[in-house]
Design a protein around this ligand. Structure first.
Ligand SMILES: CC(C)(COP(=O)(O)OP(=O)(O)OC[C@H]1O[C@@H](n2cnc3c(N)ncnc32)[C@H](O)[C@@H]1OP(=O)(O)O)[C@@H](O)C(=O)NCCC(=O)NCCS
Length: 245
């Protein structure tokens, strides 16, 4: 059995079993502390319920602050201890990142746009499907305003789980096929290839694919027109400067 809890900066003293892996980057201590101070709910650890072994962790954030049009969730590090792989721990953590980055699922449960096939007319909603277009548009506008007010109220009460970002992204070495295939299965696609993204983190005889990174993205529900993703991303080459610009 495992539990999911917030990542604690002191986890770095006991996560060697997870990080002694060629694909996992280890950062300086202050890096983890700064993430947990700024985005505590985006940094999670999975540990054994009884022996407290760290099985997996995720370090993530969201930036730049909303309403910036580039507001997105970002996965900085995800690593699963080799003995606990293929148990859907990565999927569990990525699902949580998407819940935190997307809109609030609890609000969706209250959505009044429900299927009318089973209600037999026994409720208070107006079932007159012959309404003219203007009335429908007015109703939609009112409903949107009501939803915005409701969201604002929930947010002010601290009940909103998701930051309602446009997309989630991550960087992965172009030769990390295991991770790339996994992210593709989860709905991520390559947005661009960052040449020399891992410069300075290479080993002797590193190949181009080891030095370059894919910027992979998945649109969140707010990106209804999918304008933050593209299909030919592997052909779009950029330098690290362009990514940080
Ligand atoms: C890549 C990594 C995170 C996968 O973690 P994991 O816990 O084994 O993955 P999961 O069990 O959650 O698998 C999630 C999905 O990806 C799929 N998947 C996992 N490994 C895969 C592979 N090698 N090829 C294809 N699909 C794979 C799983 O089948 C699962 O899909 P399903 O829901 O259809 O069954 C893990 O191997 C790891 O920590 N690697 C080292 C660090 C690393 O590379 N991190 C990513 C850097 S950005």
């Amino acid at each position: 059995m495992s539990i999911i809890r917030p990542f604690d900066p002191t986890d770095i003293l006991k996560f060697n079993n997870v990080n002694s892996d060629a694909w996992t980057a280890t950062y300086h201590n202050g890096y983890y502390a700064s993430y947990t101070a700024q985005w505590p709910d985006f940094c999670l650890t999975i540990e054994g319920s009884f022996d407290k072994t760290i099985k997996a962790y995720m370090i993530a954030k969201h930036e730049p602050p909303s309403p910036d049009p580039q507001h997105h969730g970002h996965l900085t590090a995800l690593s699963i201890s080799p003995e606990f792989r293929s148990l859907h721990l990565a999927k569990t953590l990525m699902n949580l990142l998407e819940i935190l980055s997307g809109s609030n699922p609890r609000l969706k449960q209250n959505d009044h746009n429900h299927d009318h096939s089973n209600c037999n007319g026994h409720h208070d909603h107006n079932h007159d499907h012959m309404k003219n277009e203007i009335e429908i548009n007015n109703n939609n506008k009112e409903k949107e305003e009501e939803e915005e007010e409701e969201e604002e109220e929930e947010r002010s009460k601290g009940n909103i789980d998701g930051v309602n970002a446009w997309f989630v992204d991550l960087f992965v070495r172009c030769n990390n096929t295991r991770a790339i295939e996994m992210y593709e299965k989860m709905g991520y696609s390559v947005y661009r290839r960052v040449v020399d993204y891992y410069h300075g983190m290479e080993g002797i005889g590193s190949t181009r694919d080891e030095l370059d990174g894919y910027d992979m993205r998945k649109s969140m529900p707010k990106d209804t027109t999918k304008r933050y993703v593209r299909s030919n991303g592997k052909d779009i080459l950029v330098s690290p400067d362009q990514v940080w610009a």
